[in-house]
Design a protein around this ligand. Structure first.
Ligand code: 6PG
Length: 506
């Protein structure tokens, strides 16, 4: 009567993952330091079982009082899923498991938003105590309950043991259309379709991929927010009118979960005042750090990801509300908004601009993973990564199917902008993108992500950049040398700027 898997940490994600696993015919032992959370999870399982699974009488989730009890209830080698906050709590639980007598071939899986380098360290730190494995999870509460996107990495031995469970609980995609198969019914999980999980690579790689997912998530969210501001403050549309525009966009190439929920949010009235809810929400954005980590990683590795970084800055700037209020009275901007332009035409141009900017920010994220994979010696399969983001995760979107196909055609693709489909689409739409950015600039409405994405596109299609002058400047004040276009790569030259201005090969 042993249990298949132990779930430790029964917050929103842990509880819902436990229920999802139980729905897929695995028996779960559950524990949380907070006894009430254990009771709540057990009760929820019982309620759902009685309501939806009348034939099953045995509880599928059993609560435990402590770590030792949990270990005694699990089939060996044991599989333990941790759903605790990233950082010290992960090590706290690992230590408790060691004290409770975990075996060296047991598997502990960290499913939080851990920093990828912590995961690499943990695999080594606990190597003598148990198999430390990690699996990044995307999809929030509903994803965890009915099918998340799962990004596992670490020991292959651990992966072979847990793969069937992971494939069962993951979100599913219709292989023909590339679209999510969604069913949100307790006791009736989606069994058909392609599961949104794949072994990513060695320790840390899964969390790195999830971190970049979140960086893209930040940028994608900010892009949609900028479109909202342009349509309201620029064109004078109401929130719910923008909601309708977004609903329309969601039927085309911009189809995505984030677009869908944004439309829904914009159409929601505030229960207290009746005003659009979005206008009653304080305009200060929070963040837990994964977008920042992505931007930092891109800077460290020298991979341009300006739109992701701008999205992090945009959240930071939003929190400077007092300064913004003061400066709104003092710094001048244009006096006109966009009222005089053809509204319908602008909405269409903005739709194209958003699509281009979105491709640009995904290109940045995928290039970052490509460069980091090279640095770390990870063999990442980008077609598979794009595939498991097609359902379950927060950035799920129709166009991930095109990204999947682009990498299926060329697994060595250095940048998505080089893929035929995207090069063609962006070339066709770039004029609209420019109109959107220039209208934003002319009307004084900030659009840092839409415009930085365009600068990224323009920089990449620029055969000659002014870095020649920059190298001249560096050589001038710091004798940092430069290479010449007419000499072999790697040959360094210095001009004697402060003396006779002779050219010397260094
Ligand atoms: C997901 C989300 C999830 C969460 C992040 C981002 O993929 O399910 O990315 O992990 O929303 O913690 O949160 P912040 O916006 O607070 O940084």
């Amino acid at each position: 009567n042993l249990y298949d898997i132990g779930v430790i940490g029964l917050g929103v994600m842990g509880k819902n993952l436990a229920l999802n696993i139980a729905d897929n015919q695995y028996r779960v032992a559950a524990f949380d330091l907070d006894e009430l959370k254990v009771q709540d999870t057990v009760l929820q399982e019982e309620l759902e079982r009685k309501r939806y699974l009348k034939k099953i009488t045995e509880p599928r989730i059993e609560g435990c009082n402590n770590f030792s009890e949990m270990l005694s209830k699990l089939e060996k080698p044991r599989v333990l899923l941790l759903s605790v906050p990233a950082g010290a709590p992960v090590d706290g639980v690992c230590q408790s498991l060691i004290e409770a007598g975990i075996d060296s071939d047991d598997i502990v899986i960290d499913t939080g938003n851990s920093l990828w380098t912590d995961t690499v360290e943990r695999e080594q730190r606990y190597a003598n105590d148990f198999l430390f494995f990690s699996c990044a999870v995307s999809g929030g509460e509903v994803g965890a309950r009915f099918g998340p996107s799962l990004m596992p990495s670490g020991s292959l031995k651990a992966w072979n043991r847990i793969e069937p469970i992971w494939q069962a609980i993951a979100a599913k995609v219709d292989a023909k259309t590339g679209l999510p198969i969604e069913r949100f019914e307790p006791g009736n999980p989606v069994k058909e379709g392609e599961p949104c999980t794949t072994y990513i690579g060695p320790a840390g790689s899964g969390h790195y991929v999830k971190m970049v997912h979140n960086g893209i998530e930040y940028a994608d969210m900010q892009l949609i927010c900028e479109a909202y501001q342009l349509l309201t403050q620029g064109l004078g549309l109401t929130a719910s009118e923008v909601g309708e525009v977004f609903e329309r966009w969601n039927k085309g190439s911009l189809n995505s979960y984030l677009m869908e929920i944004s439309a829904d949010i914009l159409k929601q009235a505030d229960p207290l005042t009746g005003a659009p809810l979005v206008e009653m929400i304080l305009d200060k954005a929070g963040q837990k750090g994964t977008g920042l980590w992505t931007a930092v990683s891109s800077l460290q590795i020298g991979c341009p990801a300006p739109t992701i970084a701008e999205a992090v800055y945009a959240r930071a700037l939003s929190t400077q509300k007092t300064q913004r209020q003061q400066l709104s009275q003092r710094l001048l901007g244009p006096t006109k908004n966009l009222v005089s332009i053809d509204k319908q035409a602008f909405i269409e141009q903005l739709e194209s601009a958003l699509y281009c900017a979105k491709v640009s920010c995904y290109a940045q994220g995928f290039q970052l993973m490509t460069m980091q994979a090279k640095e770390q010696g990870w063999q990442l399969d980008f077609a598979e990564i794009a595939k498991i983001w097609r359902a379950g995760c927060i950035i799920r979107a129709k166009f991930l199917q095109s990204i999947t196909q682009a990498y299926q055609q060329d697994g060595e693709l250095e940048n998505l902008l080089m893929a035929d489909t995207f090069a063609k689409a962006l070339s066709e739409k770039q004029q609209d993108w420019r109109v959107a950015v220039s209208q934003a600039v002319l009307s004084g409405i900030p659009a840092p992500c839409i415009s930085s994405a365009l600068a990224y596109y323009d920089s990449y299609r620029c055969k000659t950049l002014p870095a020649s002058l920059l190298q001249g400047q560096r050589d001038y004040f710091g004798a940092h040398t430069f290479e010449r276009i007419d000499k072999p790569v790697g040959e360094k030259y210095h001009l004697n700027w402060s003396g006779d201005r002779s050219l010397n090969k260094v």
